[in-house]
Design a protein around this ligand. Structure first.
Ligand code: IVH
Length: 710
């Protein structure tokens, strides 16, 4: 945060510039949503302005955004019966504690209870219902009057045309694009030749005001308050409900939200971040942390967590200022969208020959992490987004998600931007590029990246060939001895001894490691192939489902789609990949790799599973009646005790050996979470869903009979 004395050092000219910049940003933010500033920068600018005005109260400019709803940037012509206020912000747990102490001082008593809820990142609207029927939708405007946007009502989900009862009530809440709606909106827009929305909030703002679009974009409403339509007199805030909703004015906020849901309005109640009544501020702080941890898993964007005094009496006695209520505050979270400059685009060739564009950015800090690179998906996506080098762009990063470039700020262009050049030949080997799919690929496919493919195949969770790292793989490939993973299994002692730095010991060790790898179970061999769309988890499922490489190879898309987590599209890709890999698979089979057969979980064709070869390690197929039978298990955090050395894949294999089903994300179907140290959002989510949580040590006891030997 900008400290006071820094702001006090501003010259009057700097201050005036800051006011101009903030007014301009607020106008863009609250109208078309295309702000030239990120949310964090806007908040910081406002704090600087406020600090300067506190130090120089006589110099405050009349158009300063401080103390005004929507920064004073917007107006409307439909008066609000009760002002639609904004919220004050705090940026840390300490600031929240101070704020709560201030509120309790003002009340002269402790706050009875708090309600903690997500701060939805959209636009505030008021929906007026008469006799239970929706008759007008209004924006917040300047807080006193808004704009009539009733034309948009039927594109907003969560705002029923009729409520469950014939009440007169004004629902207040946020209209936003869920992540799914945002993706869909951009597909529809680009299909119509329009520029994609830079971020969901921007899209919601643009969509609410748009008229006569040739396409439809759906939004979602979440209610977080209500006011009576007739009985507003004497009330200064949108607090509680009143007789208009058939309840008395003493309804606590959390109870009001339940009532609104019962009337048929959409609230955040059904989401993991649902509002929660907390008896103490400590509990409220904990709930804030929980909601923050859930952030990247929520179906919509949030920019903070709102803490409200829950009791109607506390709200009434605290009252409101001209801009914000005194009984509620927003604990802001770091923005997930930031604006920076696109400096360059790099084209990298992946393990499977995919040529992927990567954005080089002017470094920007997003939620505490400096982001310099971001994904650009594929060439078609670049074209769709209309990106150019030198553009100012919105970059998105949330949780563990790989940062991505969302869209250019077209209005900010200077004319110096340059088109992005697409490669005409493979940037790695110079061969032709196959551009028939959305994702471009070197015509040599995975042979373009033999070293990377071999290193991946030899990795710990695949064939686990000790001593075969990057340097050795480069040596083997460059010497011409190895072109793919199958070649490893026909290497001779003489060939290896002929290489530089390969003495007797290293040669024997490597040969022994390769020999051990020859009998790895099917899931490991399948994973080693690096089939697009399949990682470790999917490889285990496929292996357990089919039982043999022959059965996998015989499967068509429809059969593959019977495996949990494989949809029609992925099934199609896997079939194509396996066809592509047929010569390699033949050579692996000839060398006795991946030929083990186990009883498949599914019935497969009679000739499938007729592999021959040496005895292989037992497949990690679920064991009926094992200690985890019927359990859906997720492992998170770092393992300790007897499990310390196990990789995540080995943990998942262990789960399956013990009869359970391993999965990587927590959902309603999860029954057990193994939470090691530094377990983050998965733990929060499991707690939220009431899922049983055990430590690695407790888990080790549970599955003691199935632990790996040695
Ligand atoms: S309460 C008088 N609750 O945040 C009550 N606002 O930055 C004022 N917002 O204008 C609003 N989620 O557009 C409230 N759960 C929530 C909210 C929320 C998002 C928005 C709302 C408000 C803005 C203030």
């Amino acid at each position: 945060m900008m400290p006071m004395n820094d702001a006090a050092l501003l010259t009057p000219g700097d201050y005036a510039d800051a006011v101009t910049a903030a007014v301009r940003a607020a106008a863009a933010y609250y109208t078309d949503g295309a702000t030239p500033l990120g949310d964090d920068e806007y908040d910081a600018l406002l704090r600087t302005i406020a600090a300067y005005e506190e130090a120089h109260p006589d110099e405050a400019l009349p158009d300063s955004p401080t103390g005004k709803v929507a920064g004073g940037a917007v107006e409307g012509d439909v008066p609000h019966s009760v002002p639609m206020l904004s919220l004050d912000n705090v940026f840390s747990a300490e600031e929240l504690t101070d704020w709560a102490a201030g509120l309790e001082r003002r009340l002269g008593r402790p706050v009875a209870a708090w309600c903690v809820e997500p701060k939805l990142d959209g636009l505030a609207v008021a929906a007026r219902y008469r006799a239970g029927r929706l008759h007008q939708l209004i924006t917040r405007g300047d807080g006193l009057a808004g704009e009539d946007i009733s034309h948009a009502a039927d594109t907003v989900l969560g705002l029923p045309a009729a409520l469950a009862e014939p009440v007169d009530v004004e629902l207040r809440g946020e209209v936003l694009l869920t992540r799914e709606q945002f993706e869909h909106a951009n597909e529809v827009r680009t299909a119509h030749g329009a520029v994609p929305f830079a971020n969901p909030r921007n899209g919601a703002a643009g969509t609410l005001r748009a008229k006569d679009r040739p396409y439809r974009v759906e939004l979602t409403f979440f209610a977080y308050a209500a006011v009576g339509l007739e009985s507003a007199a004497g009330r200064d805030t949108a607090v509680g409900a009143d007789t208009a909703v058939g309840l008395d004015g003493d309804l606590a906020h959390s109870a009001l939200l339940e009532r609104l849901a019962a009337l048929g309005a959409n609230t955040a109640a059904a989401t993991a971040a649902h509002p929660r009544r907390c008896a103490t501020l400590e509990e409220a702080q904990q709930r804030i942390e929980e909601i923050a941890a859930l952030r990247s898993d929520l179906p919509f964007g949030i920019d903070g967590v709102v803490v409200k005094a829950d009791a109607a009496a506390d709200q009434r006695d605290a009252g409101s200022g001209s801009r914000a209520p005194r009984w509620a505050v927003a604990r802001k979270l770091a923005a997930e969208h930031k604006v920076t400059r696109l400096l360059d685009v790099e084209w990298n060739v992946g393990r499977t020959g995919i040529i992927a564009p990567r954005a080089v950015l002017e470094p920007v800090v997003i939620d505490g992490v400096t982001v310099t690179y971001a994904t650009l998906h594929n060439p078609a996506d670049i074209t769709r987004r209309g990106l150019m080098l030198g553009d100012r762009v919105f970059v998105y990063r949330a949780g563990d998600v790989i940062p991505r470039v969302e869209a250019p700020l077209v209005d900010e262009r200077t004319g110096d931007e340059r088109p992005i050049a697409f490669p005409e030949s493979c940037p790695r080997c110079g061969d032709a590029i196959d551009t028939t799919e959305q994702r471009w690929r070197c015509a040599r496919g995975r042979n373009c990246q033999a070293v990377a493919s071999v290193v991946y195949a030899a990795g710990r969770d695949q064939l686990d060939i000790e001593g075969l790292g990057g340097t050795r793989a480069v040596q083997l490939v460059e010497s011409g001895l190895v072109t793919d993973v199958a070649d490893l299994f026909s290497l001779t002692r003489e060939q290896l001894l002929g290489l530089e730095r390969m003495g007797d010991t290293s040669t024997d060790n490597l040969l022994a490691a390769i020999e051990t790898a020859r009998s790895r179970p099917l899931n490991r061999v399948f994973c080693a192939l690096g089939v697009r769309g399949t990682g470790r988890t999917m490889s285990r499922r496929i292996a357990a489902h089919f039982g043999s490489m022959a059965a996998i190879r015989a499967a068509d898309a429809e059969t593959l789609a019977a495996v949990d987590g494989i949809g029609a599209e992925k099934a199609r890709v896997i079939v194509a990949e396996l066809a592509d890999l047929a010569p390699l698979l033949d050579r692996l089979a000839a060398r006795g790799v991946g030929t083990a057969v186990t009883a498949p979980q599914a019935r497969v064709t009679a000739d499938a599973g007729a592999g021959e070869g040496p005895e292989a390690e037992a497949e990690a197929a679920p064991v009926a009646g094992g200690p985890l039978a019927g359990e859906a298990v997720v492992v998170t955090g770092s393992m300790t005790g007897p499990l310390t050395a196990l990789s995540r894949n080995e943990m998942n294999e262990l789960v399956e050996r013990a009869g359970g089903k391993a999965s990587s994300s927590v959902s309603k179907r999860t029954t057990l979470l193994v939470a090691g140290e530094k377990a983050g959002s998965k733990r929060a989510k499991a707690e939220e869903l009431g899922i049983r949580i055990v430590t690695p040590d407790e888990f080790a006891v549970l599955v003691a009979d199935h632990l790996p030997q040695g």
